[in-house]
Design a protein. Structure first.
Length: 95
């Protein structure tokens, strides 16, 4: 499975790459890079994080109309993320 991972935090990037080691994963470290990769390539899954990226900027990468599933991983939600139409926000807290 081809996965696009947007993350700009070295520790989380290494953790996610280890977790996704059985998949072909392309890492983008900026929203601009992720946007270009999405224009040029097809992915079976897009994982967007706000680790090292503002939440609203991270979510802006994902278009409301898309032909791939998208997952947003965060430890911090703000009003801009909750207002984004691309992701209907379902909050699940891990305790």
């Amino acid at each position: 499975m081809d996965i696009l991972l947007l993350v700009n935090d070295r520790q989380l990037r290494n953790f996610m790459l280890n977790f996704l080691q059985n998949h072909r994963t392309t890492v983008a470290t900026s929203t601009a890079e992720a946007g270009l990769l999405l224009q040029r390539n097809r992915y079976a899954l897009v994982i967007v994080t706000n680790f090292g990226i503002r939440p609203s900027d991270a979510v802006s990468v994902i278009q409301e109309r898309r032909d791939y599933p998208a997952l947003f991983l965060t430890g911090n939600l703000d009003g801009s993320v909750e207002a984004a139409e691309a992701f209907p926000v379902t909050s699940t807290a891990c305790r």
